[in-house]
Design a protein around this ligand. Structure first.
Ligand code: HEM
Length: 141
């Protein structure tokens, strides 16, 4: 399947890895979610919690194509070879999926509080940093 996809992309002139472009969805949405969540605690800015929550939903939806394209690039560029950074990325992506899903279910963006839900928002940024760092290590060494 991987070969078919990259052969097709090559024929239409796209010869780059797919994953780097898609990583901006979960990475950007997580950064937006945390920024808006924290900003919502400032006076008169409570409504920004809803914006942060919407970022969580879009980030959650973005994980699936991002992880799939990561898998494709891993097969195509790295020959599907198992190494620590790939395993780390799979684990971090899985945890990020669980944390985003949990926030989507339990958060109440109408009543943002500095509680365990906000702590989960902060956790997503740590996971995104881990994913970005391990991805950068894979790409640039
Ligand atoms: C939400 C999940 C993920 C995020 C946010 C993410 C993020 C990133 C980032 C920021 C980079 C650096 C891209 C660049 O050079 O500009 C990267 C690279 C990479 N990631 Fe991920 N990643 C995720 C999941 C995965 C998974 C599940 C795999 C493998 C199964 C994977 C495999 C790779 C590979 C092989 C690279 C090296 C660049 C390439 O050939 O695409 N990633 N990732």
């Amino acid at each position: 399947m991987t070969e078919v996809i990259f052969e097709f992309l090559g024929k239409i002139g796209f010869v780059h890895p797919l994953h780097p472009a898609l990583t901006h969805i979960p990475m950007g949405m997580v950064m937006g979610a945390v920024t808006f969540r924290m900003a919502s605690f400032l006076p008169k800015l409570k409504m920004l919690a809803r914006t942060g929550y919407h970022c969580i939903i879009l980030g959650l939806l973005g994980i699936f194509p991002t992880a799939f394209s990561g898998y494709l690039d891993w097969q195509n560029t790295f020959g599907g070879e198992w190494e620590f950074l790939i395993i780390l990325k799979m684990v971090l992506a899985g945890i990020l999926l669980i944390v985003l899903t949990t926030i989507a279910i339990i958060d109440d963006p109408e009543q943002p509080k500095l509680d365990k839900r906000t702590l989960l928002y902060l956790l997503t940024i740590l996971l995104a940093i881990g994913l970005g760092f391990s991805g950068g290590q894979l790409q640039y060494g």
